[in-house]
Design a protein around this ligand. Structure first.
Ligand SMILES: NC(=O)c1ccc[n+]([C@@H]2O[C@H](COP(=O)([O-])OP(=O)(O)OC[C@H]3O[C@@H](n4cnc5c(N)ncnc54)[C@H](OP(=O)(O)O)[C@@H]3O)[C@@H](O)[C@H]2O)c1
Length: 399
């Protein structure tokens, strides 16, 4: 029997699809809060990671090839606080801040207020990240570090080319490769992508859409680079491969297009990112050691999921897109550092319309800190008068 938080409601808001299609099929649903099994945790979602794979699933793609059951709640990764733990779970307790990579979860994804996921798919949020940053990265950061460590076995001093360096996985691959002591040529997208790659620590960076890829790769490693990690395929990858030294290595996560052809003399390792306790522990050490920077290109609230997918379709996203599962979008860390306000264990308050901005501010602060603010939707107690003042709203925040 799961230990269930007193504050977990029976029903929740979730973005789900009832059929495959474009961004418009992502609509708000009211669904039962999933019940965690004995080895699972219930997570009150703070932030959901958004990736191209979500758009693929929305359009009908499935890694397992299995037909999903509708309504289907998307979102393979995200962060939140533990709201309930299954009877066999010892690693977590209610209130712990966690992030999780729970792919193809039959109990639903992170585009929701609650997720029930196997405990081994979750991990404590590592310093120095907050919940908003942690929610942005589970799939991207795990897959990026596994490219560097497990697929390439990158060693200190090796020369690595990262293709797609300013995208969702690339921004983390740069930082992990530098942490391992490699020299990095980042092939990024656009002048802004190049600037970001340099800021994240790349030794050299070029615009792969505009620049001379082969020339830059030869200038970077005149006798050939040791390894490539590719987060996109096509002409730029072919040019990079032409400059790799004999016996060099290529790694790429399954999903890049077009799929690169195998070449004689190059060890090619397509791979999938996986989540498990050892993977989380290594990631946490790396995040802390690298003081990982998490570039967020755009933030949306749950109700704006369709807009988030429209933004995804436009491309040229520097870093990640996220969805805040709570009523207000996640705020940036600078905000958190200046915040000294805290609610009591169960904080109920009523506010007049005239101080609406103040309550918004307080809820946002609680939200950023990862306190359960799921009752924080402002409920009109009385209709607003035409001047927009004098009505009252109530909310409750649970620390
Ligand atoms: N198998 C797994 O476990 C797994 C897990 C996660 C991701 N993946 C796959 O990994 C891939 C990367 O994911 P992601 O989230 O990082 O995608 P992403 O954010 O779209 O990153 C790809 C990047 O490549 C850039 N790019 C394209 N052509 C370029 C060129 N010629 N020069 C320089 N940059 C170029 C894109 O820039 P623009 O957008 O500006 O064109 C984009 O920034 C995807 O195919 C995804 O499906 C697989």
């Amino acid at each position: 029997m799961a230990q269930v938080s007193r504050t977990a409601p029976e029903r929740m808001r979730a973005i789900a699809i009832d059929r495959f299609g474009g961004p418009e099929v992502l609509t708000m649903h009211t669904l039962p809060v999933p019940v965690p099994g004995a080895s699972e945790v219930l997570i009150a979602v703070h932030t959901a990671e958004v990736g191209g794979w979500d758009a693929d699933m929305r359009g009908g793609w499935s890694m397992s090839g299995k037909k999903p059951r509708f309504p289907l709640v998307l979102g393979g990764g995200g962060s939140g606080t533990v709201a309930a733990v299954g009877s066999r779970v010892r690693r977590f307790k209610i209130g712990d801040p966690v992030y999780s990579y729970a792919w193809d979860n039959p109990k639903g994804g992170f585009y929701a207020e609650y997720v029930a996921a196997p405990a081994e798919t979750a991990a404590p949020v590592p310093a120095p990240l907050d919940l908003a940053q942690a929610g942005a990265i589970p799939i991207a950061a795990l897959t990026a570090i596994q490219g560097i460590d497990d697929a390439l076995h990158l060693k200190k001093g090796e020369r690595l080319i990262i293709l797609g360096a300013s995208g969702g996985l690339g921004v983390f691959a740069i930082q992990f490769a530098k942490l391992r002591g490699a020299r990095v040529l980042a092939i990024a997208s656009g002048a802004d992508g190049v600037a970001l790659a340099r800021k994240l620590g790349a030794d050299a960076a070029i615009d792969g859409r505009d620049g001379e890829v082969a020339g830059a790769a030869r200038a970077f490693a005149p006798d050939g680079a040791d390894a490539i990690v590719a987060f996109t395929g096509g002409k730029a990858l072919t040019e990079c491969l032409d400059t790799l030294r004999r016996g060099g290595r290529l790694a790429y996560p399954n999903g890049i297009e077009p799929v690169p052809k195998k070449r004689r003399g190059i060890r090619t390792n397509p791979y999938d990112g996986i989540a498990g306790r050892a993977q989380w522990e290594r990631l946490a050490r790396a995040i802390t050691a690298a003081r990982l920077q998490v570039p967020i290109a755009a933030e949306f609230v749950l109700a704006e999921a369709a807009r988030a997918h429209e933004r995804l379709a436009q491309g040229h996203i520097l870093g990640k897109i996220v969805l805040g599962a709570r009523p207000f979008a996640p705020l940036r860390t600078g905000f958190q550092r200046t915040d000294h306000w805290s609610p009591g264990p169960s904080f109920n308050c009523a506010f007049s319309w005239s101080c609406r901005n103040e309550i918004d501010l307080r809820i946002r602060r609680a939200y950023v800190k990862g306190w359960r603010a799921h009752h924080a939707s402002i409920v009109p107690e009385a209709p607003a008068n035409p001047r927009g003042t004098g009505g009252r709203r109530v909310c409750a925040l649970d620390a």
